[in-house]
Design a protein around this ligand. Structure first.
Ligand code: EPZ
Length: 422
């Protein structure tokens, strides 16, 4: 398995262009199934998760090509709505293929995606939403069979503003008969991007970005060309890395409005942040200050996907901080790895009590999930000495060639791919 080898202690400096958003591209690629023909989705990053989605779409009979940063996807030849278990197991978020497949084919068969390192990852809200639209759902073992001769509009209330459930219901409702409302909907920028894409195809959706989304069903949709928003989590990761290494970095192709909660926390920690259009400049000449309380919650609150990264900054801060994770029940596994690098962190009731230390020390550590892996890379960049990060396939799911990206900012980082034993 590949590893990253990092020689820490060097401040990051320079400028970097942020990649397209993985969590916007994935549902948009799934939504292409709703219109027969060829759509072109631009600004799609080259990531393991994107590859898995394209392989699933090919397995369903679509023709997909990743040309430069654009995906050209012809869904005309799609001939089945059954997603293979082996491919579903590679990426949990393939569960939001249910909505478009049900809307297009009237039936679909998928598999329980199962839990992962960060939590149980239930899908009850997805299934309840599809049932409200008229779907009949049968579960046989871990197989889920979903049928609907005709989907009809419904008033759906989400018990929790689930991102994936909001997206699944939106995609199922666009071709349903009548009006659908989703209350307590997720408000993430990726939901707003999906609305823009679906409306570009001829859908009639309003309200994404607020807690109530209204969808007027239409007869059909038309393929289109669409450019995906910048990845706010990749941008946030770079911002924290710049601060943790006491560097000076300029980020290009960002949407600062999507990062307000992170910017607020970083400024409270004493990080200097200047915004000019889609450019964010980050600098942290001295030791960061502790931040009394940071709590993850649904957008626009502090994102769970930046929790592990900001923990590294707080682990180096002057003082005591509390970082509370409220979205996932298993998303503090990086604490043990950071402690092995000298961090002073105690966990209780899904909250981390962080006493900042002047420095971290290089060690061999293991990525347990995508964002925890990114956090360990930041820790390695800031630490004194050499860090080896193992299981970096997790990181490759969400960061386009992370060592090249950070190397351009002066990081001493390289990928080590062991020669396969023959
Ligand atoms: C999306 O996952 C993102 N993934 C996640 O990013 C992100 O962490 C998460 O939203 C929260 O912002 C993609 O967009 C591909 P949820 P999703 O449904 O849709 C519970 C990353 O690092 N829940 O909002 O799976 C669930 O158990 C990934 O890029 C139910 O109980 O998140 C969790 O505790 C990680 N029932 C909470 O809601 C359901 O039916 C949030 O889940 C669905 C969810």
């Amino acid at each position: 398995m590949d590893k990253l080898v990092i020689e820490g202690g060097k401040p990051l400096s320079g400028s970097i262009v942020i990649q397209g958003a993985k969590n916007a591209a994935l549902p948009i690629l799934a939504a292409c199934l709703l219109a027969e023909g060829t759509s072109t989705i631009e600004h799609v990053p080259r990531l393991l998760d994107i590859d898995v989605m394209l392989n699933i779409l090919r397995e369903l009979g679509c023709r997909a090509e990743h040309v430069g940063d654009a995906v050209v996807l012809n869904t005309e030849t799609a001939h089945t709505s059954h997603v293979p278990e082996s491919l579903m197991g590679q990426m949990r978020s393939s569960i939001f293929l249910m909505g478009p497949l049900l809307a297009r084919f009237g039936e679909t068969q998928v598999y329980q995606p199962g839990g992962c390192a960060i939590g149980e990852r239930k899908i009850d809200l997805h299934l309840e939403g599809l049932q409200a639209l008229g779907a009949e759902i049968e579960e046989i073992g871990n197989r889920i069979i979903c049928r609907a001769d005709k989907l009809h509009g419904a008033d759906i209330h989400l018990a929790f503003p689930s991102v994936g459930a909001t997206e699944n219901i939106m995609m199922a409702a666009v071709l349903a008969e009548g009006r659908t409302t989703i209350s307590n909907a997720a408000r993430e920028p990726e939901i707003q991007d999906l609305q823009r894409f679906l409306n570009e195809m001829g859908a009639k959706i309003m309200g994404a970005g607020t807690d109530t989304i209204t969808i007027e069903g239409v007869q059909s949709l038309t393929p289109c060309t669409y450019r995906v928003i910048p990845d706010r989590i990749v941008a946030g990761t770079i911002m924290v890395a710049a601060a943790a290494t006491r560097g000076q970095v300029t980020l290009l192709n960002t949407n600062p409005a999507h990062l307000s909660s992170l910017i607020h926390v970083l400024r409270r920690a004493g990080v200097q942040i200047a915004i000019d259009g889609d450019i964010i400049k980050v600098g942290c000449p001295g030791r960061p200050r502790a931040v009394e309380r940071v709590v993850t919650a649904p957008y626009p609150a502090f994102p769970t996907d930046l929790q592990s990264q900001v923990m590294v900054l707080l682990a180096l801060a002057d003082g005591v901080s509390i970082l509370k994770e409220t979205i996932f029940e298993g998303r503090l596994k990086h604490v043990d790895e950071l402690s092995r690098m000298g961090a002073d962190i105690r966990v209780d009731l899904n909250a981390a009590f962080i006493r900042g230390v002047p420095r971290l020390y290089g060690a061999t550590v293991e990525a347990t999930d995508l964002r925890a892996g990114a956090a360990l890379v930041i820790a390695g960049l800031a630490a004194q000495g050499k860090t080896i990060v193992e299981q970096i396939h997790h990181i490759d799911r969400g960061y386009e060639c992370i060592e090249t990206m950070l190397g351009r900012l002066g990081a001493r980082i390289s990928r080590y791919s062991p020669v396969p034993k023959n």
